[in-house]
Structure formats: structure tokens, C-alpha cells
Design a binder for this molecule. Structure first.
Ligand SMILES: *Cc1c(COP(=O)(O)O)cnc(C)c1O
Length: 415
């Protein structure tokens, strides 16, 4: 099937006029297959979601078994074994947290986190209502998540409707010292951040040392910290969480993308006991006012459990370490390349920022040229403007990663 103007489907982040949409029929490991049987290397892990590979049989059978037992139940007033088990397994990895709040995707995990933080202060009858975030942040596409994200090309059409926040600048991995004064403001409820890597901003990176300092400053000023680990969670940066590189721990963590191994829309927002306790009361009005129809979906929970099991049984962290090493070697080979502005790496993420005449940014024209170049070579890389990046499923074979590197070398030579 050639998807043409007659397809009723509207695709995300796609200018539909003239869009070339590829129908995919099957996935296995790091590969996707189209209708003609062409094999693609999924070097972006299907929008950063896939960690153990496509259609991994262990997760397939966990979902199938769960679907035959209980597909869904209202999660207000009811619970089920997979929800309880997954929460316990997550808390084993996040021992300083106390409760898990489920939702459906990264944006809702962030919405729940923001509402938790704001209602926390409300329940304590302290007036704190502003949020600090990075100027280039990306936290999702719903209105609350957009409000705490960059005012840029993604949010421009909605700008006048977004709530006000305090932005701090991250330049070359450093925060402007005057921006730190913003943490003194007694109206700040929370600081939300993508730990170590600002993904959609073009894989901009900063050190765990800086993040540790920012969390520490927040704590000194009684500001809640929200780590948006939607992209960085589940081993992406080399440890289970990116904040595992810090000694100061966030009060709230948002998880999604990799949580089901890339199988289902699912998310979790985790928090400390100190936060949870503020919602306990004789007064009903102090409950957390948030929830979704599919909160705690048993299939999502079953997939989440199976995915965490694979971390143990599939030597996942060994695979992660191997990818890290391989990336390091390739990054070293790019040293001195005059077409490149900067090469950045954090764990399994390798980003190559190209020098361009135009302003860099998401709509940079290099992006389309590069995307098509790699698609022709059956490699799925989806550059963020002039930033090429590799963010593979951890199961990717060493030789497939080499093929991706070789294609990048070729692209650099031709461009
Ligand atoms: C992708 C992403 C989100 C949004 O997740 P969706 O599931 O697309 O809503 C939020 N925060 C970060 C850091 C992300 O990378």
C-alpha cells in the first residue's frame, strides 16, 4: 500500500502535504520491515521508546497472557496484581521514593508531576505557584507540559495560552550565575528538568555535577524537584536513571517511553513519602485531582514487569556498556572533522551537531536531506534540525551500529 492523499490518517509532527509515509508490517530486534520486505535499522528506537528490541517474545507473551486474564479495570477503587508488582519493582530501583502514580504517556506523567507539586503547596496552605525550567526544555505536548517547555517552534501557535514560568539558561553545559537567583524566589513551587540530556532541544548535555548543584540549591530553598526521565530512564544514559549519577535525589520522577520496553502507551510518576503524606487528610479536597481512563492499565503493567525482568535475564546493562564503548570509538574517529560543530555522548546516546550556514534549529533544512539520505540506506535516523543522533534499542548488534556509523561517515563526506 502506498499511503496517498486518500489515507484518513493524520501523522504527528509531520507536514502532511507531500508527506512520504512508510507502512511497516513487522519488527524484530533492532529491525523494522516494510511491505516490500525491506529491512530498516531502527537507530532511534522508534521515538526513544524501544529498549529490548521489537516484538521481544518475553514481553509479547506477558501481554498476551495478561490480555486473556484481565485487559483493564477502573483504577479508582480497584487494583490488580500487575500494578502492585510493577510498582514494587520500580521502587526497588528508586528506593528513595514511596508511591507510584500511573498514567498513559510522557506528557501525562509530566502533567501529574506538575499537579502533584502545585497541589502539594496548596494542601500545605503555602502560596507557591511558579515553576523553574530550562529555556530549551521539552516536557511534552499537553498544555501544562508545553508551559514548562521552551517557547519555540513546537509551542509557538499556542504561546499566549501557556502559563508563565521562570526560565534558566543552559549555555555550553553551564547555568548563568544570575539565573541561580531565581531559586531564591519564595513563589517557586518546583524545578522541572530533563536530567543530563535535553532531548528534543537537540541532545544538549550537561554534567551530573551541575545537576547535583541545582537539586541541592532547590532543596536549600524548599523547592520541589521534578526529574523528567521520560527519555533518560531505563538505562538510556548508562545507569538505570540519569539522576542515579547524582547524589542529591529528585522529589518526583516522570517515567514513560522505555517503561513497557516500547510496547504500550504507559507512564509512571513517582514521589517521596513527604509529598504523598501531604495528600492524606480527613478532607476529600486534599486528594490528588488527577487520573485517566486507562490509569494503571494491566497490559501496560504486564509489559513493564516483563521489560524489567529482561534487564536481569538479558544482560541489558552489558549491552548498554558495549554500545557506550562503541559510540566512544566512533566519536573519537570524528575528531577534527570540519563539517562538525560538536560531538556529544551520554550513555547510549550519540549526537553529532553539524555546522550549517543557516540558523540551527528543529526546522533546519539539513534535517530533511539527512533523513532521506539515511532512509534510502534503510536506516532510521531522524535528525533534530542540524543534530544527527543515534539512540538505538539496546539489542542492536555491533555490526549494525557499524553500518549506521559508516552511513554517517558517508553523509559527512557528501555534505
Ligand atoms: C518524549 C518526551 C516527553 C513526552 O512524552 P510523550 O509520551 O510523547 O507524551 C516528555 N518529556 C521528555 C523528556 C520526553 O523526551
Amino acid at each position: 500500500m502506498d499511503v496517498d492523499d486518500h489515507s484518513p490518517v493524520w501523522h504527528p509532527y509531520t507536514q502532511m502535504q507531500g508527506a512520504d509515509i512508510i507502512p511497516i508490517v513487522r519488527g524484530e530486534g533492532a529491525y523494522l520491515y516494510d511491505e516490500q520486505g525491506h529491512q530498516y535499522i531502527d537507530a532511534v528506537a522508534s521515538w526513544w521508546t524501544n529498549i529490548h528490541g521489537h516484538a521481544h517474545p518475553h514481553i509479547v507473551s506477558a501481554i498476551a497472557a495478561q490480555a486473556a486474564r484481565l485487559e483493564h479495570v477502573i483504577f479508582a477503587g480497584f487494583t490488580h496484581q500487575p500494578a502492585e508488582q510493577l510498582a514494587k519493582m520500580l521502587l526497588q530501583r528508586i528506593p528513595f521514593h514511596f508511591k507510584i502514580f500511573y498514567s498513559d504517556n510522557g506528557s501525562t506523567a509530566v502533567e501529574a508531576a506538575i499537579k502533584m507539586a502545585l497541589q502539594y503547596w496548596r494542601n500545605k496552605e503555602e502560596v507557591r505557584k511558579k515553576i523553574i525550567c530550562f529555556r530549551d526544555a521539552y516536557h511534552g505536548d499537553t498544555f501544562g507540559a508545553m508551559s514548562v517547555s521552551a517557547r519555540g517552534v513546537f509551542t509557538h501557535p499556542f504561546q499566549s495560552l501557556l502559563f508563565e514560568v521562570e526560565f534558566i539558561d543552559l549555555e555550553n553545559g553551564k547555568v548563568n550565575p544570575t539565573d541561580l537567583d531565581k531559586f531564591q524566589d519564595k513563589d517557586i513551587a518546583a524545578f522541572i528538568f530533563e536530567p543530563l540530556v535535553l532531548g528534543s532541544a537537540g541532545m544538549k548535555m550537561y554534567s551530573a555535577k551541575l545537576l547535583d548543584e541545582l537539586i541541592s540549591i532547590s532543596k536549600q530553598n524548599n523547592i520541589l524537584t521534578i526529574a523528567d526521565e521520560v527519555m533518560t530512564g531505563f538505562g538510556r544514559t548508562g545507569k538505570f536513571l540519569a539522576t542515579d549519577y547524582c547524589s542529591n535525589k529528585p522529589d518526583i520522577i516522570c517515567l514513560s517511553k522505555g517503561i513497557t520496553g516500547g510496547f504500550l502507551p504507559f507512564a509512571a510518576t513517582t514521589c517521596t513519602q513527604a509529598i504523598y503524606d501531604v495528600f492524606l487528610s480527613e478532607e476529600k479536597s486534599k486528594m490528588l485531582f488527577h487520573g485517566h481512563s486507562y490509569t494503571g492499565n494491566p497490559l501496560g503493567c504486564a509489559a513493564g514487569i516483563a521489560s524489567l525482568e529482561l534487564f536481569e535475564t538479558d544482560n541489558t546493562f552489558k549491552k548498554i556498556a558495549r554500545i557506550e564503548q562503541q559510540h566512544k570509538g566512533f566519536a573519537a574517529s570524528l575528531k577534527g572533522n570540519t563539517k562538525i560543530k560538536e560531538v556529544r555522548q551520554c550513555g547510549t546516546i550519540l549526537a553529532i551537531e553539524l555546522k550549517t550556514a543557516e540558523d540551527s534549529g528543529y526546522l533546519n533544512n539539513v534535517r530533511d536531506k539527512a533523513y532521506l539520505f539515511f532512509i534510502e540506506r534503510k536506516i532510521i535516523l531522524r535528525p533534530l534540525g542540524n543534530v544527527l543522533y543515534i539512540l538505538p534499542p539496546y539489542c542492536i548488534e555491533a555490526n549494525d551500529l557499524q553500518l549506521v556509523y559508516a552511513a554517517i561517515d558517508e553523509f559527512l563526506k557528501l555534505s
